[in-house]
Ligand binder design. Structure first.
Ligand code: UTP
Length: 287
């Protein structure tokens, strides 16, 4: 049973400057919580109890956030502030937290590769620390992905996809789907094309920030060349895997499940307003 997730959080977040000059984008508030807390709670809800953050410079706020702050707990207890104490319940989650550093920001593929000495021969989840899945309730897509992976242990991986509008196709890795394998629309991935134009794209199925991988992925991450910007792209390693004949499946998010990629001001504002609105109406699942 897969119980390990890598959470890459080392990127510079330059698209959100000046907000992210001295604070990680993964720690930006969305309603009452920082982005990455939603990611962690989603994963724990999917029975992932080992969380390995790939961090970088300027990201220590993330480590501090998931530590147990005994002093703060004592302070709130002495003052009888039960409601605020309840807000720290996430500190008592049963998960184990691990941290590794990506010493140079050489792309998402490189961030995942940094975890190889820790992961070794295990299969694992990758969950991007800047994307929230699930609005009214936590997404369980990772649980579905793991089930499919474990039913097909010879495959290279399973990737989450979300159907996006035509004008968004150029912002994502887009699937070329092959045959459908179940009633939920899970498909065999034929190819994955990074940021195609609407005319080039074979579908509107965009990579949705969650992956399950066989440790075989590392072999391909070692093999792929850096792109023009000097980055090692995860998409290139997945394509190389497919080219070598390894099978990868695509799982679709359910309609209305909710995906918030905090990569631009527009999507950040949308995430904040959607969560804050539901929160103020008391309509969010209590974690
Ligand atoms: P992005 O490419 O969206 O993040 O990576 P970025 O590089 O921070 O964004 P911009 O372009 O500068 O605004 C998606 C996730 O992968 C992590 C990021 O922290 C984010 O959670 N990432 C990205 C790394 O961990 N290392 C990298 O070298 C790049």
């Amino acid at each position: 049973m897969i119980d390990l997730a890598l959470i890459p959080v080392a990127g510079r977040g330059t698209s959100l400057l000046p907000l992210t000059k001295s604070q990680p984008k993964e720690m930006l508030p969305v309603g009452r919580k920082p982005v990455v807390q939603y990611v962690v709670e989603e994963l724990i809800g999917c029975q992932i109890n080992r969380l390995l953050f790939i961090t970088g410079s300027g990201k220590t706020a993330i480590e501090n956030h998931f530590d147990t702050d005994a002093e703060l707990i004592d302070y709130l207890r002495v003052k009888g502030r039960e409601e605020e104490l309840a807000e720290l319940a996430f500190e008592r989650d049963e998960a184990e937290y691990f941290y590794m550093r990506q010493r140079r920001q050489l792309g998402l593929g490189h961030a995942v590769l940094c975890a190889e000495p820790f992961v070794r021969k295990q299969s694992f989840v990758v969950a991007l620390g800047d994307t929230i899945l699930g609005l009214r309730r936590r997404s369980e897509i990772v649980r579905r992905m793991i089930a499919i992976y474990e039913e097909n242990p010879e495959i290279g991986g399973v990737i989450a996809f979300d159907e996006v509008d035509a004008e968004e196709v150029g912002n994502y890795g887009i699937a070329t789907p092959g045959k459908t394998i179940d009633t939920e629309g899970t498909f065999e991935l034929r190819d994955l094309v990074e940021k195609p134009s609407v005319h080039e794209a074979s579908s509107r199925l965009a990579v949705a920030a969650r992956y399950v991988f066989s440790p075989l992925l590392f072999e391909y991450l070692h093999r792929v060349e850096s792109d023009a910007a000097g980055d090692i792209q995860l998409t290139d390693a997945i394509r190389a895997m497919l080219l070598d004949g390894h099978r990868v499946f695509g799982v679709r998010m359910r309609p209305g499940e909710g995906r918030y990629d905090i990569g631009s001001f527009e999507s950040y504002y949308k995430a904040f307003t959607d969560f804050a609105t539901l929160e103020s109406m008391g309509d969010l699942e209590k974690m």
